[in-house]
Write a protein that binds this ligand. Structure first.
Ligand code: FES
Length: 110
C-alpha cells in the first residue's frame, strides 16, 4: 500500500496509507487533513493545493495546462505546487511527502 506523508501548515506530520488509484485529495479528506477539495476534483477551485517535496515532484507526470492555470491562482504557490486531486497514487509514489500551503483561495466562493 503506498504511503503519503502530509506535513500540515503547523509542521505536524502524518503518514497515511493510500490505495492504488486514490488521489492525494481522496486520502487527505478521508483522514481529516485540511484539504477542502471544494470542486471535488473538477480543477475549478485550487483548494486541494499541495506543495510536493522536490525529489517527489520530479517523479510526477507533468501537470496539464488546466492544472497549471488553476495553480496560477493558488495561494502560497511554489515551484513544486500541484493540485492534490490530480496526483493519483501508485506503488511508484510510495513514500511521497507533501506539505499543505498556509492558506487557500477558494475560487468557488468568490
Ligand atoms: S479539488 Fe478543486 S481543483 Fe482539486
Amino acid at each position: 500500500m503506498p504511503k503519503i506523508t502530509f506535513i500540515e501548515a503547523d509542521g505536524a506530520r502524518q503518514e497515511i496509507d493510500a490505495a492504488d488509484g486514490d488521489t492525494i485529495l481522496d486520502v487527505g479528506q478521508r483522514h481529516g487533513i485540511d484539504l477542502e477539495g471544494a470542486c471535488e476534483g473538477g480543477m475549478a477551485c485550487s483548494t486541494c493545493h499541495v506543495i510536493v517535496h522536490e525529489d517527489w515532484f520530479l517523479k510526477l507526470d507533468p501537470p496539464s495546462e488546466e492544472e497549471e492555470d488553476m495553480l496560477d491562482m493558488a495561494y502560497d504557490l511554489t515551484k513544486t505546487s500541484r493540485l492534490g486531486c490530480q496526483i493519483t497514487m501508485s506503488a511508484a509514489l510510495d513514500g511521497i511527502v507533501v506539505s499543505l500551503p498556509r492558506g487557500h483561495h477558494n475560487l468557488l466562493d468568490d
